[in-house]
Design a protein around this ligand. Structure first.
Ligand code: SAJ
Length: 406
């Protein structure tokens, strides 16, 4: 039996996927509400294919509980928040999960950490906790790091089709755990040491952050001289060795906007490029604010309550609002502009900001300027409804000739 600890954005789909392939799985989370919801047969967040996968896993006997289970294999997928001040990772949830596992696990159990951690976390914190408890790593328990790589919006497909990394001290144990992941992962599974597994995960997200920062810097350059950044990137990407990502209103989510800080925090003298990329991406909500001001001036609109922001999530077709560019924009707006801007997001069903509308048409009726911050399919399919508005399209999804761009 596999006990999965933490049933959030990564733990839940992983637990369901392993159960789908016939392995006995128990999912554990300290959040009673979440466990109750799952036990009532409901999934806890929106993700393509998740409901169907949930039904398959239920049919195969997956269980959800707040209790840790006595077994030989644990997967930890708990949150790893980062401390905004120090830019360092807070490993308290990982450490606490390891401690709870030690209270109950069978001798020789494998503890696999999937949560993203900053390079060195296992050496600095996790090993220490285990040794302090009198356990011998490699005999009493085995430690592994198998960082997840799935992208919200396409998680289920990527769980089965992305290559994975397994970092371990002991190649034999790594092979065993590779066998577990091979139940559902059809792509290559690379075995390495724990430190390389930690580092490669953070490097992947940092690479993407830098690539997006380059696109965002190009957007700013092109804006000053009225060039079309999308056309330029489209053409440049025809080159066989060029692959520039898309500019946007900022980089949000709990991964790309966070992980590069681990490197900056640990190697402050060696991370000029990484830090600059972070700063460029963090500057984008302010750039959008500047564009809103330009457009208001041009159309002689002085009342901010005539501006409507479409999208509160950190990207399209997900319901996750963590570090979202819109929330960053609103934070910056408070400094400069009066309250009153209107907000709508079809994926956010709870009211989390002022002046948030629950109905798209009511929202549109109140505004003159529409700022598209997220390219949900919902708005792509409702272009007819936004015709006639003054549009600032930060995601380049709107086809009207008169839409303003980034
Ligand atoms: N974004 C752009 N331009 C782009 C692509 C993305 O501005 O061309 C923005 C998005 O709008 C969003 C942010 O970047 O605000 C991050 O979105 P994303 O889709 O790039 O990535 P995440 O954060 O959803 O997922 C990433 C993925 N990492 C990589 O692609 C290297 C995913 O594979 C990881 O599993 C995930 O981080 C994670 O959990 O670490």
């Amino acid at each position: 039996m596999i006990n999965i600890i933490g049933l959030g954005y990564i733990g839940l789909p992983t637990a369901l996927m392993i159960a789908k392939y016939g392995v006995k799985v128990v999912g554990t989370d300290y959040n009673i509400e979440l466990i109750t919801t799952l036990n009532e047969g409901k999934v806890t967040f929106e993700e393509k294919g998740l409901k169907e996968l949930f039904q398959e896993a239920i049919a195969n006997g997956i269980e959800f509980t707040t209790e840790y289970q006595k077994t030989h294999t644990y997967i930890i997928a708990v949150p790893t928040p980062y401390l905004k001040e120090s830019k360092k990772l807070d490993s308290k949830y990982v450490v606490s999960a390891v401690n709870s596992i030690l209270d109950i696990c069978e001798k020789g159990a494998a503890i696999i950490i999937e949560s993203t951690i900053s390079p060195g976390t296992i050496d600095k914190y996790v090993r220490l906790v285990i040794e302090e408890r009198g356990f011998v790593i490699g005999e009493d328990v085995h430690l592994l790091h198998a960082p997840e790589r799935i992208i919200p919006g396409n998680m289920i497909f990527e769980l089965e089709n992305n290559s994975r990394t397994i970092g371990a001290d002991n190649p034999e144990i790594a092979e065993k755990i590779k066998g577990l992941y091979s139940h559902f992962c059809k792509a290559e599974i690379v075995i390495t040491d724990i430190r390389s597994a930690e580092m490669s995960k953070v490097v992947e997200n940092t690479y993407r952050d830098i690539n997006i920062a380059f696109a965002n810097e190009l957007a700013k350059i092109c804006r000053t001289d009225k060039m079309n950044v999308y056309e330029i990137i489209r053409i440049a990407n025809k080159h066989p060795r060029v692959d520039i990502l898309q500019p946007g209103p900022g980089v949000g989510g709990h991964c790309i906007s966070v992980d590069p800080w681990f490197l900056v925090g640990d190697y402050p003298d060696l991370t000029n490029l990484i830090l600059t990329a972070r700063k460029i991406n963090d500057s984008m909500p302010r750039h959008v604010l500047g564009r809103i001001r330009d457009i208001m001036r041009k159309h002689d609109i002085k009342d901010i309550s005539k501006v409507g922001i479409y999208g509160l999530t950190y990207k399209e077709n997900v319901d996750d609002t963590r570090e979202s560019p819109t929330l960053q924009l609103l934070e910056r707006m408070d400094e400069h502009l009066a309250f009153g801007v209107k907000i709508f997001d079809p994926f956010v069903k709870k009211r989390i900001v002022d002046h948030q509308f629950m109905n798209f048409e009511d929202f549109l009726n109140e505004i003159e300027i529409l700022v598209i911050m997220v390219g949900h399919d919902h708005i792509k399919y409702n272009m007819n409804l936004i015709k006639g508005k003054i549009i600032l399209d930060t995601k380049n999804i709107c086809t009207f000739d008169d839409a303003y761009k980034l």
